[in-house]
Design a protein. Structure first.
Length: 166
């Protein structure tokens, strides 16, 4: 009788084979669940701008979402200018949102990108910070520090909010 340290095949108590194909199927199901939970992107249009950080996003003319840009704050003394800047940039244009989370008030926190063939793909929050119309939220930044760099450039060039400080 041959004895092996490891059995030739894996078996469950029901004596059914569990093949490598079963592992692959289980892995793919887990992967699909994880990818559907984080970093979801939707393509649609911004139909209303309430403020520089709050807007209404419509997806496929069926889904309507109230969204808030993540990671930035707009000073009150330039909020009107910031709202006009965002309105010109994104209102009634193709856009993409990337879901990042929710607030305690159940607001959808997103990263919002333009999807314009003329001006290209731009991130709205980053453009606001670059222009000096928004500030990076304390303790928050993107993976590669883009908001910090953009804010430092705006501050050095005295753009927007930074031009008002004496």
């Amino acid at each position: 009788m041959d004895t092996y340290f490891f059995p030739k095949r894996f078996t469950f108590p029901t004596q059914r084979k569990f093949t490598p194909a079963g592992f692959i199927i289980l892995f793919l199901l887990c992967l699909a669940f994880i990818s559907a939970s984080f970093g979801d992107s939707l393509y649609g249009k911004v139909t209303a701008v309430k403020s520089a950080t709050e807007m209404t996003f419509v997806y496929n003319d069926t889904g309507k979402y109230e969204i808030r840009l993540i990671g930035i704050d707009v000073p009150k003394n330039i909020s009107d200018q910031s709202t006009r800047f965002v309105t010109r940039m994104i209102l009634h244009k193709n856009a993409r949102i990337r879901f990042e989370g929710r607030t305690r008030n159940n607001e959808m926190l997103v990263r919002l990108f333009t999807d314009d063939s003329i001006s290209g793909i731009k991130e709205v929050a980053l453009e606001l910070v670059k222009s000096g119309f928004a500030l990076r939220r304390q303790g928050f930044d993107y993976k590669y520090g883009e908001l910090s760099v953009a804010q430092a450039q705006a501050q050095k060039a005295k753009r927007g909010f930074w031009g008002l400080i004496k």
